[in-house]
Design a protein around this ligand. Sequence first.
Ligand code: ATP
Length: 143
Amino acid sequence: MPKTRLEIVTAEKLIYSEDVDMVVAPGVEGYLGILPRHTPLMTMLNPGELRIKKDGEEIDMAITGGFLEVRPDKVVVLADAAERAEEIDIARAEAAKRRAEERLAGKAPEADLALAEASLARALVRLKVAERRRRRERPLHPK
Ligand code: ATP
């Protein structure tokens, strides 16, 4: 099976660099699935879930927005921030969510509201990705 090289980078570090079977990313116009030999494209990314399929395994990540480029030789994701599901600190995301909600409920100036909305969106994506992982790992019939 052909694979495609996937690189996920932030301003700070290289997060991921592997040959993968498929990547599903949260494009601004909807989720897009990219298989090897996909036509070159560029798109902005929304905060959302990024899913990688590799050798029958699935890796889930939360990304908080960014940019995706499909090149002939690789797929590059420039992410604002990206965390694997197992790396997400749930308590931290819950605290960020609470702070953002408090700011949205108060009478903050408009610019602050936009920041609070963006912060809330990041927290919600992190909680969604972490929760999905938790549900997957929870056995259906615990002994
Ligand atoms: P907070 O208010 O908790 O800092 P934030 O949304 O402002 O959240 P970001 O600016 O998106 O945080 O990210 C800053 C750094 O912290 C990035 O490296 C990101 O991967 C990491 N990060 C943020 N929240 C979490 C979390 N809940 N779990 C793990 N890493 C996180």
